[in-house]
Design a protein around this ligand. Sequence first.
Ligand code: G1P
Ligand code: ZN
Length: 547
Amino acid sequence: MVMDMAIQTISTTAFDDQNPGTSGLRKKVKVFQKPNYVENFIQSIFNSVGDVSGKLFILGGDGRFFNKEVIQKILKMAAANKVGHIKVGLNGILSTPAASHLIRKYKAFGGIILSASHNPGGPSGDFGIKYNISNGGPAPEKVTKAIFESSKNITSYKIEDCGDIDIAKLGKTQIGSMVVEVIDPVVDYANLMEELFDFDLIRKAIAGGLTFRFDALNAVTGPYAHEIFEKRLGMKKGTVVNGTPLPDFGGRHPDPNLVHAHDLYELMMSEDGPDLGAASDGDGDRNMIVGWKRFVTPSDSLAILAANAKLVKGYRNGIAGIARSMPTSAAADYVAKKLGLNIYETPTGWKFFGNLLDAGKVTFCGEESFGTGSNHVREKDGLWAILFWLNLLAATGKSVSEIVEQHWQLFGRSYYTRHDYEEVDQTAAKALIEDLRSRLGKLAGTDVAGLTIAKADDFSYHDPIDGSVSEHQGIRIFFEGGGRIVYRLSGTGTAGATVRIYMEHYVADPLKQDDNTQEALAALIVAADELVDLKKKLGRDAPSVIT
Ligand code: G1P
Ligand code: ZN
């Protein structure tokens, strides 16, 4: 038996708010900085996920403020909890998809990813801790619930009494009986991308004049993008902008959408914009795709990738099916129907895709919130989606606009928009949803803003693989003629509440596919307001973000 005299057991008092949300535990940095806050949550993970002794874990984060301090705490606590081996990204860096890949590749027991995704960073920004299981994916609800239960009753945690580990250089060191291995965060991931996509073909297209711009938004994908786009694909220096991860993301929201990646959007709409523009978020799992003068909605992107999968090396033999989150548009459904693929509708959050991917029911998954991915990992993957589009442009020789328009002609167009009301009063937001929920039974057949409601429900998901049921996953209002509105409260915000309204309308006839999304959805936008007296109840004139 190895006696480890340095293990300390420290008494602590439980917090009552360590309940993981849509994507891990996410709070203001200031909350995580409270004494024992991080320690309690990490110990709750070790208490809930089974016997960790001697096991391998993957550890890293998006490099935001407080990342390094938390990495040190986790290393010391893992050693004290008898973990056998931790692979940690150099300087504590790992993108979320890269971490997922490492868990799978090295058959780790699990992984801890430090990220608040697209939320702002810095001392007054957000921080987050996410636990991933051995399939590489986010812990399912049964695990996150167990962690939360443990956190409510915790009375002590274990930690090694030792100095900080040098994570700024590659190689192995030891804490107690645990090996700490500092690894290159990029190489395994970049190799995986080379297996899936035809790098030769993309290189040829670039040599032939295909132009590209990638905005890393000062977040984690910078080093990955420099390696993949500039080094391995030979694109010119400067293709990747904002490519150095900063602890506060340069004061910006590292969120790849029309509002926060505005510079890129402007460039893409300008006369001399490149053929393809793309951005990713804080931890590298989101993507925004913009062609020259053509924004591609994430819902359309998922459908287009699925429809064209056979053109891409890693999916040449076709795909089994597609899963999309419920608020995502039905564009993928039309593809699945026409091509005879499986299609699943899951609640918001990537954790619901894991079972379907593991069971081989689906190959591609996507969410309207700029998330797309495949069975190569168990997270959404920003650079994967971007490389897919590059591969598609190279394989077809078409422009983004041509690909999108031809897709609509073939499969119909799902007009789609999401309106977010951020940081509104929590009580008012909850009351709004509760009120609507209480009226659900009486809505069918009634009119709102000149539209007739065909059906209304509160989405609940029955997982076809493990039989688990997740209720209250968003309120759906279906209209006669095919329109849909979804109302849900965000599970990732850290201040007040965020109300999300998703609106969608399908037009099959190419001659009626008028081009302005907000205009095409105008009637639904009015109905969404009238049905719940939205603006008045939230005390807002307009949404904070429209995507
Ligand atoms: C948001 C998105 C959701 C995504 C999650 C994590 O969650 O809407 O699709 O999975 O971020 O990136 P929400 O804040 O809506 O709960
Ligand atoms: Zn993210």
